[in-house]
Design a binder for this molecule. Structure first.
Ligand code: 5GP
Ligand code: MN
Length: 324
């Protein structure tokens, strides 16, 4: 609880804040960021949010989302405090922002990744929290400020997203207790689910059809993969934002322990997402390639083509499985 007190003191003693989160922001990144934004605003602070990537369309139902500014909006109004959310290493907020968004007083890191480097001057890192949103919930509770419906909507979205709708192993008793409290604020859980997951475009489903053609597995079926190319995005009028959730189809194969989804970047390099079911620590695998994440969900960038990236990832995972 001391860490919570320290962070609240930092908030109390300063006036201007910038918030940021990781590239390709997801439900937890945005939910935690927007709830903290609203909390700090209610404390009478000056707060701005700078994100490298825009808010995906399916998250524009979140309150305050239009407060999020693009990286280029950041000029010279340096904040006293920079709070980096849901990112275990600073450059996850984007190469440019990580160099320009420099606070005059201190950096605060709030995160739950088990590969977190605690790069802040103050760190609130809880690797057993389901999500950064769960940590923000506790922080606001600790302060004694009511959560309220708007912040509840943001935080519930974050917990729902990071627990895979309460299916993954991070769906702890705490995650459920916090979710129950948030629901009690009057949010409609069915509407949150529909907004996040049931607003796909026809192009996204066509993209899924293309991507399914790339399905591959190792002979023992323990590792499965899919990849998506820029050509597929072009053909279906989609982008990287639309691949969210595709990887779950591979993980749902009975024999699969590790699922890989590799996405071709505009420059030809690869972005890999990794998921595991029960025993392989994919956070450790991603770290080998300079990425990170959690035991069951992680990611990294590899400066190779999709096919080459898959070969390297599969070899590394097989080695880990052999070593136990
Ligand atoms: P996703 O596959 O959904 O993009 O990410 C899964 C998890 O791994 C998330 O918690 C995310 O923060 C983390 N992750 C994904 N890509 C990277 C990366 O390139 N570097 C690091 N450090 N973490 C990543
Ligand atoms: Mn998260």
């Amino acid at each position: 609880m001391k860490a919570y007190r320290t962070i609240l003191q930092v908030f109390d003693q300063h006036h201007s804040f910038a918030l940021s989160t990781h590239v390709n922001p997801d439900g937890d990144a945005l939910g935690s960021e927007l709830a903290l934004y609203s909390f700090l605003k209610d404390l009478g602070k000056q707060v701005k949010i700078f994100n490298t990537d825009a808010v995906p369309k399916n998250y524009t139902f979140l309150p305050f989302y239009d407060a999020i500014l693009p990286a280029k909006a950041f000029q010279s109004d340096f904040p006293e405090i920079l709070v980096v959310l849901d990112a275990g290493v600073l450059n996850r907020i984007g190469e440019d922002l990580s160099h320009t968004l420099i606070p005059t007083k201190a950096m605060v890191n709030i995160d739950h990744h088990n590969t977190a480097e605690c790069f802040g001057d103050y760190n609130l890192v809880e690797t057993d929290a389901s999500s950064t949103s769960e940590i923000i919930y506790r922080l606001i509770q600790h302060h004694g400020t009511p959560i309220g419906k708007d912040r509840a909507l943001c935080l519930y979205t974050g917990i729902m997203f990071d627990t895979g709708c309460f299916r993954y192993s991070n769906s702890t008793p705490n995650a459920h207790h916090v979710a129950a409290d948030l629901i009690q604020e009057g949010i409609a859980v069915d509407e949150v689910y529909r907004a996040v997951y049931e607003t796909l475009s026809v192009g996204t489903i066509r993209l899924l059809g293309e991507v399914f053609q790339t399905l591959g597995t190792t002979p023992d079926g323990k590792i499965g993969w899919l990849y998506v190319t820029q050509e597929m995005f072009r053909k279906t009028g989609t982008s990287h934002d639309n691949v969210d959730g595709f990887i779950n189809h591979i993980r749902s194969i009975d024999t699969v322990e590790v699922a890989i989804l590799v996405s071709e970047q505009k420059n030809g390099d690869s972005k890999a997402s990794l998921r595991s079911k029960s025993f392989v620590d994919v956070g450790a695998i991603a770290s080998v390639f300079g990425g990170g994440g959690h035991q069951r969900a992680a990611g990294c960038e590899i400066d190779k083509s999709c096919e080459e990236a898959i070969v390297q990832l599969v070899a590394t995972i097989q080695q880990r499985m052999r070593d136990g």
